[in-house]
Design a binder for this molecule. Structure first.
Ligand SMILES: C[S@@+](CC[C@H](N)C(=O)[O-])C[C@H]1O[C@@H](n2cnc3c(N)ncnc32)[C@H](O)[C@@H]1O
Length: 241
């Protein structure tokens, strides 16, 4: 795994974060050293897929990056005639995902699509995963995406939504930010890397509170909402139609 050193040298200008070739090259290292619990979330995605996948259905991985969650879903498929549609609008991510996914004998057909996830017409879905992707979409567009997911799901279908969140309460915000900062230091990131990456993500990764997520998920029609994972300011939620 190539080590993430993208922000290790002082940069004269810190540009807005992009999922480009450089990020794609180091992405597995970057995400596992930045998101506490990332590997656990992938493990659980497999068992959530096992529980909710339906025969002859579609499974969507929206913002699939290098296909880590696609693979977790693939391993969880225990029903016939399923298809995974994995979508990302970053060409370098999709190209790398293709070479990884090609190494596996999948029990389900896998379609990799390089496009904006908002252009995907979802239908006949049993499992939809957005693993740390919605946070990169303009907040005013998030409700429509959730509505489209709800419409595309079959009754009993599940959405798994993982996000970095913020807090209404300043003390809670400060505590969770500090604990996350300590996690990144433990993972070997320097103060310079942490602060340059933070600037780069400003206005690119826009967090909602847990309450905003739950309210929006319930408002579009989901009957079950569960926050099944949380570590500091990272959560994974599950919603059932
Ligand atoms: C943090 S990564 C997702 C990680 C991945 N789901 C995983 O589990 O490893 C966010 C991904 O969302 C993609 N993305 C952001 N906005 C998108 C959009 N509007 N349509 C499609 N993909 C998008 C980015 O290119 C990036 O690869």
């Amino acid at each position: 795994m190539q080590k993430d050193k993208i922000f290790s040298k002082p940069l004269s200008t810190v540009r807005p974060f992009q999922f480009d070739e450089n990020v794609a090259r180091v992405f597995p290292d970057m995400i596992s050293r930045s998101v506490p619990g990332y590997d656990l979330i992938l493990t659980v995605l497999e068992s959530i897929t096992e529980k909710y996948v339906q025969e002859g259905s579609n499974l969507y991985d929206l913002g699939c990056s290098l296909g880590a969650s696609t693979l977790a879903m693939m391993h969880g498929i225990n029903k016939k005639n399923c298809r995974i549609i994995a979508v990302d609008n970053s060409r370098p991510m999709v190209d790398k995902a293709k070479s990884t996914l090609d190494l596996y004998h999948s029990p389900a057909e896998i379609q990799l699509v390089c496009d904006d996830l908002r252009n995907i017409n979802m239908e006949n879905a049993s499992v939809v995963v957005m693993n740390f992707t919605l946070q990169f979409i303009e907040p005013e567009n998030r409700r429509k995406i959730l509505r489209d997911i709800y419409k595309g799901l079959m009754p009993g279908g599940v959405l798994v939504l993982s996000e970095k969140i913020c807090f209404e309460d300043n003390n809670q915000q400060a505590l969770n930010d500090e604990l996350h900062l300590n996690f990144k230091k433990q993972q070997g990131y320097s103060n310079l890397e942490i602060s340059q990456k933070r600037s780069s993500l400003e206005n690119v990764l826009i967090r909602d509170t847990l309450e905003t997520h739950e309210k929006r998920i319930r408002e579009v029609g989901f009957s079950v909402f569960e926050m099944w994972f949380r570590c500091y300011n990272f959560v994974s939620m599950l919603a059932v139609k």
